[in-house]
Design a protein around this ligand. Structure first.
Ligand SMILES: Cc1cc2nc3c(=O)[nH]c(=O)nc-3n(C[C@H](O)[C@H](O)[C@H](O)COP(=O)(O)O)c2cc1C
Ligand code: SF4
Ligand code: SF4
Length: 426
């Protein structure tokens, strides 16, 4: 049986599944139930200075799919709205009762060294395993000079990280905002400031939808709204890319990463880990489906690892990173073409419409005497774009088949068609 235990920048946990700082971790009642369900760790809902934040009603909205499945989730909630002392006391109690689980305390304070120097010893006294600096909240707090207002300025990220390293012995995880052009800049700044790890992503600026009668966006607070933070399944691709960017950046190579964003299954987690994450954090999936999703996550991950012969997470951590490269290094001579399984095809014609209207007109449609259509790929014209495979409603009906071109690897920097090529093709 695979060993799921981790040592993430010095923080030990029985498995890599942590709950992210958010409502699931905002009080002892929740955290204890999460630990009972099997979560390996939590990042406690962000603490700040007293008086605690005050929240509005309503505060969440969602981007639904056609069958009302939640594709993306949006919130305008602030940091904890409970007293600092109460949170600290509960953290102390829970850590004492659950010594084998990771408890990381998320913090958000003004950019003043004294504020950080004052709170850090109090957090340390709880017995918590580490701190996470919330430089990511995109709503409300930035208007007060905190959250993503800090995360968007690498100099501030570095400065506050350095203060924290000076004023605590606990591992410092810097949580990054995705609301920035190049995620490597704040990650490098955190690294320079001495961070033990980074975590990402926090939520993305968003407006999910509008009430067109009232002309107000959701979540509505009376007759007005404000942009919120987007998360859930829809943000996973953005998060995966940002994690990979940091993992393959020579300046941050080796910096531990806690992957967050749209994780709802063992497979999502495995993907983050393969792209360099040392643990993962979950919020929306737990909010929508409850704490027990962790059972399937642990089970699935450990079964898949057994199947692959991976004994510990280290065996595949970062294994996909070398395979993420710049476009210019992709093989110009690699070629796939679509192949349709006539046995599986339900003759819906979606692939034909997609290819005919918006791709390379590479699917033949022939109709027999009885009026029944058959769809086949024109191998000479197909460019292997994947569009038909993506459109097809029958999984596995269209496969993309690699072709033997007989040509060696040649990237764009070597391609004779590139007027600015750097090296001659071999
Ligand atoms: C309602 C809500 C409240 C959140 N509050 C916090 C917070 O206090 N501190 C923080 O660092 N992140 C907060 N987050 C962001 C999550 O920790 C996480 O980074 C984000 O939701 C992406 O993960 P997910 O796609 O699994 O939800 C919040 C998210 C939601 C949905
Ligand atoms: S892979 Fe692209 S070009 Fe080829 S048949 Fe499908 S849609 Fe057309
Ligand atoms: S989309 Fe798939 S099922 Fe529909 S016609 Fe094309 S191959 Fe057949």
């Amino acid at each position: 049986m695979a060993d799921l235990s981790i040592n993430f920048c010095g923080i030990k946990a029985p498995n890599p599944f942590w709950l992210a700082s958010a409502p699931p971790t905002d009080k002892a009642y929740n955290v204890v139930r999460a630990f009972e369900a099997g979560w390996g760790g939590v990042v406690w809902k962000t603490l700040g200075e007293d008086p605690p934040a005050v929240n509005v009603s309503s505060r969440y909205s969602a981007h639904h799919g056609k069958n009302r499945e939640v594709l993306g989730f949006n919130n305008i909630e602030l940091i904890t709205d409970r007293d600092l002392e109460l949170n600290l006391q509960e953290i102390t109690e829970v850590k004492k009762a659950w010594p084998d689980r990771a408890i990381v305390v998320s913090l958000m304070l003004p950019c003043e060294e004294k504020a950080w120097a004052d709170i850090l010893p109090k957090v340390e006294a709880t017995g918590a395993d580490g701190i996470e600096l919330n430089f990511g909240c995109p709503h409300g707090m930035p208007e007060r000079g905190m959250g993503s207002a800090v995360g968007q300025v690498p100099d501030y990220v570095e400065m506050v990280t350095r203060w924290c390293k000076q004023h605590t012995k606990l591992p410092v995880i810097v949580k990054l905002t995705p609301n920035i052009t190049d995620i490597r800049a704040p990650a490098r700044a955190a690294h320079k400031g001495g961070a033990d790890a980074v975590s990402l992503i926090n939520t993305i600026n968003s407006i999910t939808h509008l009430d067109l009668d009232r002309m107000v966006a959701f979540p509505a607070v009376g007759n007005a709204s404000t942009h919120g933070g987007y998360c859930g399944s829809a943000v996973k691709p953005i998060a995966l890319n940002m994690v990979a960017e940091i993992a393959r950046d020579p300046q941050t190579k080796g910096l531990p990463i806690s992957g967050i964003g749209g994780i709802g299954s063992w497979r999502d987690a495995a993907e983050f880990i393969a792209l360099g994450a040392g643990c993962v954090q979950v919020c929306t999936a737990a909010m929508l489906h409850g704490f027990r999703i962790v059972e399937e996550m642990k089970d699935g991950l450990s079964r898949w690892m057994d199947e692959k012969g991976y004994k510990s997470l280290d065996d595949f951590m970062g294994k996909a990173v070398p395979n993420v490269t710049d476009w210019k290094y992709l093989d110009m001579n690699y070629k796939v073409i679509a192949q349709i399984s006539q046995d599986d095809c339900i003759k819906c014609g979606r692939c034909y419409v997609a290819c005919e209207d918006t791709s390379h007109q590479s699917i033949f449609r022939t109709v027999d005497a009885a009026g029944s259509p058959t769809y086949t790929v024109n191998k000479d014209e197909c460019v292997g774009c994947n569009l038909c495979e993506i459109t097809c409603p029958v999984q596995g009906c269209i496969t993309m088949v690699p072709q033997d071109t007989g040509k060696p690897y040649m990237n764009w920097t070597q391609d004779p068609r590139n007027p600015r090529r750097e090296v001659k093709a071999a």
